[in-house]
Design a protein around this ligand. Structure first.
Ligand SMILES: C[S@@+](CC[C@H](N)C(=O)[O-])C[C@H]1O[C@@H](n2cnc3c(N)ncnc32)[C@H](O)[C@@H]1O
Length: 345
């Protein structure tokens, strides 16, 4: 398409672009082009361009503008993205609907929009969701959501080079913990035997399995049957299924089968990990690093966890705290923390 363009030497390009931008003269719908050391800056109206600048009419390409939900709403909405699912946390149904519409009208590659409908609950730590846009809802026909055959709440999430198939309506999963999982997986070495006591869909187990190498082993246990199926699938997707054993059940019952087995234990069940310390001590080998997650008041976020670990492991083990790590703020005055602890027999 033809448009009036300010023609300027490349050396003066940025200065001129800024000058035209400040005067609101640039035509944002067209691409800026460069040819033979000359920049062509498309403008809305040749007559409004300052006289010292040279204007020509030429062929220019349309610019691929990306609309974000904020562009369309006029305010910055809060949402999380998990693969092609957008997760809202809105109490007001009208506002939730408004944000969902803007998300679908934006250029984000989205199949489903869901809103939190409960806190994480019960032993399985799964939430209820309201599906605002997704396969089966009216909006999915009207918009770009496709009937892929999979549940609206199932998606593929990518994290530090791994991919995880996950259905948030069936299992616990939080993309916010990606950095923390990476911190732990980074400590794992070749040949290790690592045991994830509350494995979910495998976001600790899979990257640990990559790092233990062909000589190492990873065991992941979860009470939630769909989570264990996703864990198996995710081990397969990431090429580590031969190193990962996925077990469905209560880890307290599984523990005797792995007595004295582990070099490393992950205990990511923050509200009640202390109830599982006896099982952890059973599974721990002679020298074992434990990643113990907890949620505690900010005044003493590590004390109760350390005391519980000492009570369960001493005197059989010597307990050394390697790291006292704050993962994130959980609620006002409450912190989600991790204690990295070495147990040595
Ligand atoms: C907070 S989630 C963590 C999942 C996973 N580690 C992650 O980061 O996504 C805790 C998990 O523990 C599982 N769980 C709860 N009680 C359990 C038990 N007694 N034995 C094994 N798994 C259990 C739940 O089903 C849930 O998937």
């Amino acid at each position: 398409m033809e448009a009036p363009c300010v023609r300027v030497d490349r050396e003066r390009g940025e200065e001129t672009r800024r000058r035209l931008g400040d005067a609101d003269l640039l035509a944002d719908e067209f691409e800026i082009e460069v040819a033979e050391g000359v920049l062509y800056l498309p403008v809305e109206d040749a007559d409004t361009v300052p006289e010292d600048l040279d204007v020509v009419v030429r062929e220019v390409g349309a610019r691929d503008t990306q609309d974000t939900p904020a562009d369309l709403l006029g305010f910055e909405p809060t949402y999380e993205r998990l693969g092609d699912v957008v997760i809202l946390d809105e109490d007001d149904p009208e506002r939730a609907r408004e944000v969902a519409d803007a998300v679908m009208a934006s250029d984000l590659p989205v199949r489903t929009v869901i809103n939190r409908d409960s806190k994480v609950k019960g032993e399985l730590r799964v939430r209820d969701w309201e599906v605002l846009v997704g396969a089966g809802t009216e909006e999915s026909e009207a918009n770009r959501a496709t009937e892929s055959g999979s549940p609206a709440t199932e998606t593929v999430h990518r994290e530090y080079g791994n991919e995880f198939l996950v259905d948030v309506a069936e299992v616990y999963f939080s993309p916010r913990l990606a950095t923390e999982r990476h911190r732990v997986a980074d400590q794992v070495g070749p040949g290790e035997r690592a045991f994830d006591m509350f494995a979910g869909v495998g976001p600790f187990a899979v990257p640990m399995a990559e790092r233990v190498g062909p000589e190492g082993r990873v065991v992941g246990v979860d009470l939630n049957e769909p989570a264990v199926e996703y864990l198996r699938e995710n081990a397969r997707r990431n090429g580590v299924d031969e190193r990962v054993t996925a077990i469905q059940g209560d880890v307290r019952e599984v523990a005797p089968d792995y007595a004295d087995w582990a070099d490393r234990l992950v205990m990511n069940l923050p509200h009640s990990a202390d109830d599982f310390l006896d099982a952890a001590v059973t599974i721990a080998g002679d020298d074992c690093v434990v990643h113990y997650y907890d949620i505690q008041h900010e005044e003493d976020p590590f004390g109760p966890g350390e005391a519980a670990i000492r009570a369960a492991a001493e005197p059989e083990y010597e307990v050394a705290v390697l790291n006292r790590h704050v993962v994130r703020s959980y609620a006002p005055h409450e912190l989600n923390v991790c204690l990295d602890v070495r147990l040595s027999r």
